[in-house]
Design a protein around this ligand. Sequence first.
Ligand code: GTP
Ligand code: MG
Ligand code: ZN
Length: 311
Amino acid sequence: MNTGTVIKSTGSNYIVKYGNKTINCKIRGKFRTENLRTTNPIAAGDIVDFKIQKDHTGVITNIHERKNFLTRKSTNLSKQTHIIAANIDIAILVAAIINPVTYPVFIDRWLIACENRNITPVIIFNKTDLYNTKELKSKLKKYIETYSNAGYKCLKVSAETNYGINDLKKLINNKIAVISGNSGVGKSSIINALEPNLNLKTKKISEYHKQGKHTTTFAEMFPVAGGYIIDTPGIKSFGLDKEIKKHLHLYFPEFKKFAKQCRFGNCTHTNEPDCAVKKAVNNDKISKLRYNNYINILSGEENKYRQDKYL
Ligand SMILES: Nc1nc2c(ncn2[C@@H]2O[C@H](COP(=O)(O)OP(=O)(O)OP(=O)(O)O)[C@@H](O)[C@H]2O)c(=O)[nH]1
Ligand SMILES: [Mg+2]
Ligand SMILES: [Zn+2]
């Protein structure tokens, strides 16, 4: 029996790294993940036991208990959950203000998923070399203000000019990070900037419209900057598990210190009287954008509010 880390999964095939070697593995039997209906039972970052067969391929026989894992649904209505990555120390979301625009509600949903799984999120605003108008600069400033005030670490980088890449290196050192975000925001380009030898495939934004395809098609883990990064395919929407909505207010960390002063201990900060969170929103102590997204996600109407009208 051998033990290794899954560095790539392509449907029914898994590449497992053990020591300095890698091996192609398949699964035998069924694996169920913590009662979740998943599209993928095993994800990049999983630690697995496997047997080596005569033809030098492997068979995975066991998944070790996960420290954590990040999940999403393709839409809110889909029944199955996708495991983005397992056993991670930080979850990086790459966002951009143009080419393409990352909507705040998308960032919020992703942050909620991280909070729910107890994974430290970091937001990276990429393509800063393109933000050369007054309007774009002020938009970036508002995004960063909103999310830093909510308690999240934000970084500005450019994979094109290497701006901010050293700060990112420090963040990844000795850690396993997963990198996620909309297609074309520059996830693979950022990994290339961190480790040029990897030479990961990227595609010009103008070609996205022609083919409408994602450049990165499978999650894959790479050794980078003294740690590891799991590159993932771009995503359009970030569906949340139903269960999450039951405790949604707990996943907005900036509500916490005000929530203690709400009249009711179980206040959902919606229609209750004497709600200190709502009062803080009115006094600009909590971002209106974040609060409105909270309400919209709670009521399932966030898709009506795709536009970043508060930024
Ligand atoms: N100007 C500029 N362009 C960038 C930057 N980062 C990435 N790009 C460009 O954006 C395009 C998409 O980059 P990718 O790295 O392929 O994006 P991705 O997020 O990995 O996309 P998927 O794999 O489809 O999810 C490429 O043409 C990159 O050259 C940046 O900082 N500045
Ligand atoms: Mg990519
Ligand atoms: Zn309240």
